[in-house]
Design a protein around this ligand. Structure first.
Ligand code: SF4
Length: 382
């Protein structure tokens, strides 16, 4: 555990996104007397993952290179603050490529798209930039390969989620969606000896393993995916909040309601010792009554959340007497992805030495080109 501050939290990274307090009126929390020492346990890793960082940079760089407007199919990442900030810069978010004027630039979100969407964009002569996270692309490739080899695919994921729609679209005839352990008794397959399970990247690890256990009870020859589909960022954030939740009466998770990995963090906190856990988009949503009788508050954020929003939560908690902030570190992350190929040049068409948008270093193994999606880098426990 690392103490990062004995007073008001200091910025841990330079924010690219406007502070929410620029636009949102934020009622202050009161510092009510308490017999116990008030403190915050701040989970690490938290916040932006490599795929989200790449996708947000992709939109920013598309605006820089091609000028506004740049269209984005679906929310580029599931965070309302990121989306509204990019809208102010000239991005236009649409649900369907049919809404994009012919010949315009369109960015596909980090959650990925089906081949049918790619084809529709080509038919409309759109200039597509694919910001699909390479770890989602990895799952797409698995789905395509197993379908080609005549496997039936049991995809564990949430109906209606953009990533699930994109993955199912790579093998629509061969894929059955399994939402949760409760779905398992109703799963119908043609050949129980030629089955593989894959998953959405942002699920609860524990719940997914329970679903797999139940599936394997019914289908003993069920094949595992070649590597973890639940991504390193989702897993690392869940491990960190598990540790924090053991010592925190209250956990606050920063992130949006449609962010799957954010919502899972609330579940994981409650399952691992927190007496209460709440999700907030902004610090202004923290309610005074949540803090009644609470000595230790755990704080984390989903993989699509800019750090500035966490800093605002820490600032408000400091106002309420929780100025002692200790960071609970369970892993170090240094994974980075190359930008989509259309964005590796600057506005003049010259190779862009920044490669990843200018804020992070490139790794040696990235110099040959884009991440191939075959493996994930995950650090050991710190
Ligand atoms: S949460 Fe995982 S799969 Fe999703 S964008 Fe981040 S790294 Fe990629």
């Amino acid at each position: 555990m690392t103490t990062i501050s004995n007073g008001r939290a200091t910025a841990l990274e330079t924010p690219r996104i406007l502070r929410s307090s620029d636009a949102v009126s934020r009622p202050r929390l009161e510092n009510r007397p308490s017999a116990a020492h008030k403190r915050v346990l701040l989970a690490a890793p938290r916040g932006y993952c490599a795929g989200v960082d790449r996708a947000v940079i992709a939109v920013e760089k598309a605006l820089e290179n091609f000028g506004a407007p740049v269209y984005v199919r679906k929310q580029i990442v599931h965070n309302i603050h990121v989306v509204s900030t990019l809208e102010k810069k000239g991005a236009i978010f649409v649900d369907d490529v049919a809404e994009v004027p012919i010949g315009s630039h369109v960015v596909f979100s980090a959650h990925g798209v089906s081949p049918a969407v790619v084809q529709e964009a080509a038919d409309r002569e759109l200039l597509a930039i694919d910001a699909t996270c390479p770890l989602v692309t990895k799952v797409h490739r698995e789905a395509t390969r197993f379908a080609r080899d005549d496997y039936e695919i049991l995809l564990i994921g949430h109906a209606g989620h953009a990533e699930v729609e994109g993955t199912m679209g790579h093998a629509p005839e061969r894929t059955t969606l399994v939402n949760s352990p409760a779905d398992v008794p109703n799963v119908v397959v043609t050949n129980p000896d030629h089955l593989v399970w894959l998953s959405q990247t942002t699920l609860s690890v524990d719940e997914t393993m329970e679903t797999v256990r139940l599936l394997r009870e019914r289908f003993p020859n069920l094949l595992d995916p070649p590597s973890d589909d639940i991504c390193y960022a989702t897993q690392n954030r869940q491990v960190a909040i598990k540790k924090v939740a053991q010592d925190a009466e209250l956990v606050i998770v920063v992130g949006s309601a449609n962010s799957s990995n954010t919502v899972r963090l609330v579940d994981v906190a409650l399952e691992n010792g927190a007496k209460a856990a709440y999700r907030v988009d902004y610090a202004s949503e923290i309610k005074q009554e949540w803090l009644e009788g609470v000595a230790t508050v755990g704080v984390t954020s989903g993989a699509s959340v800019p750090e500035v929003l966490v800093q605002e939560v820490l600032d408000d908690l400091a106002d309420a007497g929780y100025a002692d902030v200790s960071q609970v570190v369970t892993a170090e992350e240094d994974l980075m992805f190359s930008l989509p190929k259309e964005l590796r040049t600057d506005a003049a068409g010259n190779p862009d030495a920044r490669g990843l948008g200018g804020r992070v270093k490139r790794l040696d193994w990235q110099r040959d080109g884009a991440f191939d999606g075959a493996t994930q880098q995950r650090s050991g426990d710190a």
